[in-house]
Design a protein. Structure first.
Length: 350
């Protein structure tokens, strides 16, 4: 039986940052993730995708962000159960929880924090015949290594942030890049829409709207993508077709845990601490929902910090919580190492 103060389900960016926040309060964390390594979607889906809204980082690759978060949390020596899915949750007579994975590994903790991002996920695929014939032969649903697109002909479909961001990024190295979207309007950030329009005006990309990809052809590998625009059919030479229509999230076994679910997300009390309808179980990051929810990594970081403060009170009901600013108190790791700043300011919270 693996024991911890906080059992974190999901080892993505929010789960990793929760380890750091918990460590500041001397709470030990253990993380469970179905993926074989920590990092969540940032590592599995888009490690080389630039992220622009992390404070103090005008631009940082998703993979680099995970590397920094792992470095930041490592001083608190978290445990990991990777490549296993959290399958079953039981509440024990002593008030703690036991979580068992699909491989039978048991974990016990007084607090559970679900930080599973979108949960299990699979890409939304275009709906036309023959697409499966080119999967792994020119069709990609995720981009892990942008270097493979250097000097290649690429067609991207989609109108959200992922499609826009990758068009902007790959336009720097691709031979030809075409963005196809079924509407004239885009769902992505206005700044990204403006950049794509500028690239089109500079003739660095091709933009076809309103239109849809309806057919592919090639021998052993993708060779051409066919686009229908109103009554016109356009044939585009392509080495890669990348449909970016988002992900279909699935909570999986979590739906059997007695949690209140709304539209495939876990409802939490954001007025206090992001606790679910079950005392001692929290949900942080993209997997939760509440009025005004924003699915941003930085919002998940905020939720993780407040969750850890609430978890401290559950685990240490007799202790008075003292908030110490790291700028003046330093950070003491579980190995006794201390990154110390001069001065001392503390704030007491009853």
């Amino acid at each position: 039986m693996i024991k911890a103060d906080i059992l974190i389900i999901g080892a993505g960016p929010v789960g990793l940052f929760a380890v750091f926040e918990a460590g500041l309060l001397k709470m030990k964390c253990h993380l469970i993730d179905v993926l074989p390594k920590a990092g969540g979607q940032c590592i599995e889906l888009y490690p080389k995708k630039p992220i622009y809204d992390i404070p103090a980082h005008p631009e940082i690759l998703a993979g680099d962000l995970i590397e920094k978060l792992i470095e930041q949390s490592s001083q608190f020596k978290p445990g990991f159960t990777l490549g296993e899915k959290a399958e079953k949750l039981e509440k024990n007579k002593d008030g703690t929880f036991t979580v068992t994975t699909d491989k039978g590994t048991k974990h016990n903790a007084p607090v559970v924090a679900i930080a599973g991002g979108l949960g299990g996920f699979q890409p939304r695929k275009p709906n036309f015949d023959g697409i499966e014939n080119f999967e792994n032969k020119g069709i990609l649903y995720f981009i892990k290594d942008p270097k493979i697109f250097n000097n290649k002909n690429i067609v991207i479909s989609g109108g959200g942030d992922s499609a826009l961001d990758w068009v902007i990024e790959l336009s720097k190295s691709a031979k030809n890049i075409t963005l196809v979207h079924r509407r004239n309007e885009f769902r992505g950030a206005k700044d990204s829409v403006d950049k794509v329009q500028q690239l089109k005006d500079l003739k660095k990309i091709n933009l076809i709207t309103p239109a849809e990809v309806f057919k592919l052809d090639g021998d052993d590998q993708l060779e051409n993508v066919y686009v229908k625009k109103v009554d016109e059919e356009i044939k585009i030479k392509a080495d890669y077709f990348i449909p970016l229509f988002g992900l279909t999230p699935r909570l999986g076994s979590i739906t059997d845990w007695g949690l209140e679910i709304e539209k495939n997300s876990i409802k939490v009390n954001n007025a206090l601490d992001y606790q679910t309808n079950i005392n001692g179980i929290f949900a942080i990051g993209d997997i939760n929902t509440y009025p005004g929810k924003l699915n941003l990594i930085l919002c998940g970081f905020h939720e993780a910090a407040l969750m850890c403060q609430a978890a401290f009170k559950i685990i240490n009901p007799e202790k008075k919580f003292i908030l110490k600013y790291t700028t003046v108190s330093g950070v003491e790791g579980f190995d006794g190492s201390l990154k110390k700043a001069e001065g001392s300011v503390v704030k007491s919270i009853d």
